[in-house]
Every structure is written in C-alpha cells, then in structure tokens.
Write a protein that binds this ligand. Structure first.
Ligand code: COA
Length: 158
C-alpha cells in the first residue's frame, strides 16, 4: 500500500476549505474565493479512501494563492498560506501542493512563485529551500511591511 501522500488528490472546494477556517471568516472565504471575481484561489488536498472503505474523501490540507505583479518581473503568483494537518505531515502532501501552485504559475505566464514565512518556522523554511526557493531576506535584505486598521484608515483619510 502507498503512503497517504501518494493517495492524495488536489482540487478546489469552497465548502471543504471552509471546514478548516472557523466562522465568521469562512463566509467571507467562500465569497472571496469562489464568487464571480475571486480574490484568491485555493487547492484542497484530499486523501482518497481505498475501494471498499466506507468513508468518503478526507480533507487534509490546503494551499491558498493569488496573482500579483512585479514592475520588473511581470506576472507573479503568491502562496499566501499552506497547511497540512499535523498527522499527515512529512508525507509529501505540502510539497505536492507547492509543486501544483508552481505548475499553475507557469501555465498562467508567471515568472515567480513568492511566499513569506515567519522566522521561527525553520522546518517550513528548510522545506522551501529544499524545493529550490531563495531566502530573499538573507540574499537581498527585504523587509515586509503592512498598513492595517487605524494606520490604514488614517492613511486613506477615512
Ligand atoms: C509546512 C507544511 C505545509 C509542510 O507540509 P508537509 O506535508 O509536511 O510537507 P512535505 O511532507 O512535502 O515535506 C516534509 C518536510 O516539511 C518540513 N516540515 C515543516 N514543518 C513540518 C512539520 N510541522 N512536520 C513535519 N515536517 C515539517 C520538513 O522539513 C519535512 O522534511 P522531512 O520530511 O525531511 O523532515 C506543514 O508542515 C504545515 O502545515 N505546517 C504548519 C503550517 C505552516 O507552518 N505553514 C507554512 C506557513 S509559511
């Protein structure tokens, strides 16, 4: 019998994604990702049950991405979030999701797949490096910034 990673299917399912994220975010997740003008796209990883097994497909992870743009590099894809349930980690499912996002990126004419990771998340960083990603903080000294809440309202004068 193969490992669960080999028996894993990637698809897109708004309801299955919502299972992972608690209310009230899940309603916005469905609307923003699966409405008429999606703000993001999402791959959901399912483990398929073997023939004869009673239960249906079991959702074990997801990768949420969207398209962005670089003045110098043109079309990019940004992997905003990737998650695999703890009991299914280390079986190749996360790598499968990242490889599929890379495939989508190339199909859509993107030249880069970008993502950010917190500095304590050494195992995730090791995984990205093992798959060939470059650490832009180490290599080029990039810092990540955001405006949020009051800072954003003040900025916009609202
Ligand atoms: C990072 C993550 C998506 C990887 O998924 P995965 O299915 O375990 O990935 P793969 O099986 O393809 O690769 C396994 C590698 O991932 C790395 N890894 C990172 N976090 C890990 C964890 N908590 N458990 C096991 N492996 C982990 C290891 O380097 C491992 O390599 P090894 O098997 O040689 O030890 C998954 O660990 C996860 O969901 N972590 C919590 C959420 C998170 O940190 N997301 C990244 C935010 S940027």
């Amino acid at each position: 019998m193969g490992s669960p990673g080999n028996n894993c299917r990637l698809g897109t399912h708004p309801i299955l994604l919502s299972l992972f994220i608690p209310n009230p975010i899940s309603a916005a997740l469905r609307a923003d990702g699966f409405g008429e003008t999606p703000f993001y796209h999402c791959l959901v990883a399912e483990i398929l049950s073997a023939p004869g097994e009673p239960q249906g497909p079991c959702v074990v992870g997801y990768g949420l991405y969207y398209f962005s743009y670089s003045t110098w590099k043109g079309r990019n894809i940004y992997l905003e979030d990737i998650y695999v349930k703890p009991e299914y980690r280390g079986q190749g499912i996360g790598s499968k999701i990242i490889k599929k996002v890379a495939e989508v990126a190339l199909d859509k004419g993107c030249s880069q797949l970008r993502l950010a990771v917190l500095d304590w998340n050494k195992r995730a960083m090791d995984l990205y490096k093992a798959l060939g990603a470059q650490d832009l903080t180490e290599a080029e000294g990039w810092h990540c910034f955001r405006f949020e809440g009051e800072a954003m309202r003040e900025l916009a004068g609202k």
